[in-house]
Ligand binder design. Structure first.
Ligand code: SF4
Length: 261
């Protein structure tokens, strides 16, 4: 089996920045949600003593809280202030840009249409910026999107909305997501292995945009070893933007030794 490394891989700038902030902290730190959606990264932070909570109310008063790369709603920021928490904000600047746009649209009284997954931490934070009326979708709308969606889907959704609505938008996926998705779309082998965690949106979307017949995903080397690659002649290997490069190298080395050696 031929193994093709698909570039780019490794951490994006947002994940690198979030980790740098986390690792610069001393003492007891509470991380609100997973800092990034990757089980290896989160496991390593746990070993270093980081505590993970899902609710701002679970952080003891006065403690240090780290906001994840996916950002938080203004309501969560307010509660952190009321509870006198020491906030360290690891929100990715590209996510922050979406918050800023959503808030500006909302302040201008516009109906904000969000393209994204309702239960994703990033979308929950963005929804906190807007106050849409309960009425049906008005003719004039402003559109934003989650940074890690399928870029084709974002473009198609906006094109569809424009057929029937007056649309103002800054919606686009982030650069790191677009580059990785385009590289996967251009891969012409017969199977793709996406390295990354199941709860990582950008990892899942890499599998969705693939044009080859088979797609596998693995979050650990054990999961890579458990995959049945029979029948695959050319395997492309990519990784989500929160997957450590050390895991990418470990997995591709193992695949080379096992199948091309
Ligand atoms: S994938 Fe994009 S939005 Fe998410 S952390 Fe990386 S650069 Fe930021």
């Amino acid at each position: 089996m031929k193994i093709v490394k698909i570039s780019p891989h490794g951490f994006c700038a947002g994940v690198t920045g979030a980790l740098k902030k986390a690792l610069s902290l001393q003492g007891e730190v509470y991380c609100l949600h997973e800092l990034v959606h990757n089980e290896i990264v989160v496991g390593d932070l746990r070993k270093r003593g980081f505590r993970f909570v899902e609710d701002i109310e679970d952080v003891p008063e006065g403690a240090t809280v780290l906001f994840s790369a996916h950002g938080v709603s203004p309501q969560v920021r307010r509660r952190a202030m009321e509870r006198k928490l020491k906030v360290v904000d690891a929100t990715c600047p590209f996510v922050q840009r979406v918050h800023d746009a959503a808030r500006k649209y909302a302040e201008e009284g516009k109906f904000v249409y969000v393209i994204g997954k309702r239960d994703h931490a990033e979308v929950k934070g963005i929804l906190g910026e807007i106050k849409n009326p309960q009425s049906p979708l008005p003719h004039k709308i402003a559109v934003v999107s989650q940074t890690t969606m399928n870029s084709d889907l974002v473009e198609k959704t906006i094109a569809e909305l424009k057929k029937t609505h007056e649309v103002e938008t800054m919606a686009q996926v982030c650069h790191a997501t677009k580059l990785r998705q385009d590289a996967v779309r251009n891969f012409t082998g017969d199977a793709l292995l996406v390295l990354g965690s199941a709860n990582s949106s950008n990892t899942r979307e890499l599998g969705e945009v693939a044009r080859c017949g088979k797609v596998f995903r693995a979050g650990t080397l054990e999961e890579v070893k458990a995959i049945d690659f029979s029948g695959v002649e050319v395997l492309g290997v990519t990784s989500g933007a929160s997957t450590p490069e050390s895991f990418y190298e470990e997995a591709t080395r193992w695949l080379h030794e096992r199948f091309s050696g």
